[in-house]
Design a protein around this ligand. Structure first.
Ligand SMILES: [Zn+2]
Length: 700
């Protein structure tokens, strides 16, 4: 740190002893302590509440800029400080910090609820509609009004009471659903004999032995939790053991579970959830829950989604049948004449090993973190004409780096990169916005975006540098895709700049689009440098990676389509569905090529749609894949024979997708970039399903 920055840091600390109340950028992450949380939040919530009160009075003018100046300034401060707290809670957890966090959490949540359901504020925004507005502001206003309406703001009298009651019931029911799944999973165990465990990885056997010992039990205690269930299905030679676990797993939380576990049956909970959702949708004026769920999404209607899924199923089916035939043939080699439901994963794993054997360690040695990062930055700089340079800023841990993104002489964005796993840091990888682009109403200065990019890669040891698996490389590119969407924004209205206001089923477009580059030899080769020899990765190894990527993609696609169709059909009937199982059976018979035993009850533990946020939204996984693959195809089509990307295509992606963010509908942006609506051919081609497959079944 040079003298100048040291001086200004000191000056800032003197001017504002609580770093959470200092809104100079970048934030003073290194100084925030548990004792700063409550005093800062009390001040900021107090200011935001006072502003909300003033804006809600009849005298306050229904004017966008007046509301922005009075209310959005203190609300943005609150959310920025809360962002710092949330971030530290996720990456630097400690007992005192967690305690302080939990103390302020209810106050903050309460304020957000107040803000989102304030009838007077809703009326004020509605009053703004008639005034002339910039297109971006109009879009922000439209989204604000929609969120109020979806939150029940337009309801009156008894309807309003009923709506609140339904919300409460749904919160309890979905919680009950997930508790039942969790409890049913936890309650089940099987004490296996060592002879039943042949084929299982040593660490799984060891864990099973230790969990039995911990309870003074004999043998090996197997459970339905993923780290045990999955290896059993993949590797256990003992067919009867696979059958036992499969049956228990597939009947969890259902009427088909063992008698002692029937207390966890979700049958009635599911019915109640579907009825409540249906009522909720009807109260808000929608025909069914799917229509309500799709309102803030890119997909227009349940019919459009169902058509999309049916087309995808039709195109994937011949490939799935071919995958299935491969499995059947290979099963015979393993001595399994007529494979059962609990055999497919096992056979698939063995076939994959036989076809593409390579070790994760072998691949990992070629991807030192530093050279991958260098390759990624070079790609971004070349594609979008920006410069990325490391810079100084206060950080929360010595591993964290801070960067500037500039275009010419202009600083357009900044980001923190926190790449490595450590104690007290939440797992997984994510992008978060620390600050959004905003032409500030107070003073008229342009606030530029700041992003957090967080990963959990294995760090260097005393003797080896940090290296990444190919999956890690994909994760890094994925998060940078979100980051670019946030940071390269050119929209000045905060609520629709960056990823703000982007439709839920389109928000993964830039992130999944970035993943494609990890399958491009011209991008991958230069970032490889063997950790010991420094050599580039051999092309033959990369080719095996590519082949393994598409292993059984036909069957996998059908499986995803089956889940997504079931979810959409379940939520788009004129009446709430009463017989969930009958609907699932019908969908399976239409889509799946692998027979399922009659007693399977997979819906009863389908937490994504019954207790997660994916109700009438499961299709979005495939939907976003189609968008990102098709967008990437524009780069493939214009690539030079040496594998260089076309600068004009990069510029168009920047201008039409990344820079516009949520300021217009995602479909409009896509068409502006691609010159047409999205098509699924590119996705099928990337997943090895483009060529015509000769049907192996008369039903294909
Ligand atoms: Zn993502």
């Amino acid at each position: 740190m040079n003298t100048h920055t040291a001086f200004s840091a000191l000056a800032r600390a003197q001017a504002q002893p609580n770093p959470l109340l200092d809104f100079e950028s970048p934030a003073r992450f290194d100084e925030v302590k548990a004792e700063h949380l409550e005093p800062a939040m009390d001040v900021l919530i107090g200011q935001a509440q006072a502003a909300l009160k003033e804006v809600s009075t009849p005298e306050f003018k229904a004017d966008w800029h007046a509301i922005e100046l009075k209310l959005d300034v203190p609300v943005e401060r609150l959310s920025r400080a809360w962002g710092v707290i949330n971030h530290l809670n996720a990456v630097m957890d400690s007992a005192p910090f967690r305690l302080a966090y939990n103390q302020v959490l209810p106050k903050v949540t309460e304020f957000w609820t107040q803000l989102g359901s304030n009838d007077d504020l809703f009326a004020k925004y509605a009053g703004v509609q008639a005034s002339p507005l910039h297109a971006h502001t109009r879009q922000a206003l439209k989204l604000a009004l929609r969120n109020f309406i979806l939150g029940g703001a337009q309801l009156k009298g008894q309807d309003k009471v009923d709506y609140a009651l339904l919300q409460e019931q749904l919160a309890q029911l979905t919680q009950k659903f997930s508790e039942n799944v969790l409890d049913a999973t936890d309650a089940w165990f099987y004490l296996a004999d060592v002879t039943e465990l042949t084929g299982l990885p040593e660490d799984v056997i060891q864990t099973a032995r230790e969990s039995a010992q911990a309870l003074s039990q004999e043998g090996y205690r197997l459970s339905l939790k993923m780290p045990c269930y999955l290896p059993v299905m993949q590797f256990a030679q003992h067919q009867a053991l696979r059958e036992k676990l499969y049956q228990a797993y597939q009947t969890r939380a259902s009427d088909q579970a063992e008698t002692s576990a029937l207390v966890f049956d979700n049958t009635l909970v599911m019915k109640d959830i579907l009825r409540s959702r249906h009522k909720e949708a009807r109260l808000l004026g929608f025909g069914h829950f799917a229509a309500l769920s799709l309102e803030p999404k890119m997909a227009q209607s349940a019919e459009e989604v169902i058509d999309f899924l049916a087309t995808l199923a039709k195109r994937a089916k011949p490939h799935a049948l071919k995958d299935l035939q491969d499995l059947r043939t290979f099963a015979k080699e393993l001595g399994i004449e007529e494979p059962q439901a609990w055999d497919w994963t096992f056979v698939g794993e063995k076939l994959k090993e036989a076809r593409y054997a390579f070790s994760e360690q072998e691949v990992k040695a070629y991807f030192p973190f530093e050279s991958v990062l260098k390759g990624l930055f070079e790609l971004i700089q070349k594609l979008f004409g920006v410069t990325i340079t490391q810079a100084l800023a206060p950080v929360w841990h010595e591993d964290v780096r801070f960067y500037h993104i500039s275009q010419g002489a202009d600083l357009i964005a900044q980001f923190y990169l926190d790449p490595f796993a450590r104690q007290s840091k939440r797992g997984g990888a994510w992008m978060d916005d620390a600050q959004s682009r905003w032409l500030r109403p107070d003073g008229g200065t342009l606030q530029t975006p700041i992003a957090h990019l967080v990963c959990n890669f294995a760090s260097a040891t005393s003797t080896t540098p940090a290296t990444l698996t190919h999956d890690d490389v994909i994760t890094l590119f994925h998060e940078f895709g979100h980051g670019l969407h946030h940071m390269l924004s050119r929209v000045d209205v905060r609520d629709v700049s960056g990823i703000n206001g982007v439709e839920w089923d389109a928000v993964e477009l830039p992130s999944q689009w970035m993943e494609n580059f990890c399958w491009e030899w011209s991008v991958v080769e230069p970032m490889t440098a063997h950790a010991v020899t420094g050599q580039r990765m051999p092309k033959s190894l990369f080719d095996r990676l590519l082949l393994a990527r598409n292993f059984q993609s036909g069957l996998q696609t059908l499986r995803q389509v089956e889940f997504a169709l079931f979810d959409m059909q379940l939520h788009s009937q004129a009446q709430a569905v009463e017989d969930v199982q009958a609907l699932l059976t019908r969908i399976k018979s239409e889509v799946s090529v692998i027979p399922t035993p009659k007693w399977v009850r997979s819906a009863h533990s389908f937490s994504h749609i019954f207790s997660g946020g994916y109700a009438a939204g499961y299709y979005s996984y495939k939907w976003a894949e189609v968008l990102s693959a098709d967008a990437y195809a524009a780069f493939e089509e214009t690539m030079t024979p040496t594998g260089a990307f076309d600068a004009k295509t990069g510029e168009r992606f920047l201008q039409e997708i990344l820079q516009v963010g949520g300021s217009r509908p995602a479909l409009e942006s896509f068409i502006a970039f691609r010159g047409r609506a999205p098509e699924m051919d590119a996705l099928l081609r990337h997943q090895g399903m483009s060529e015509t497959v000769k049907s192996t079944s008369p039903h294909a």
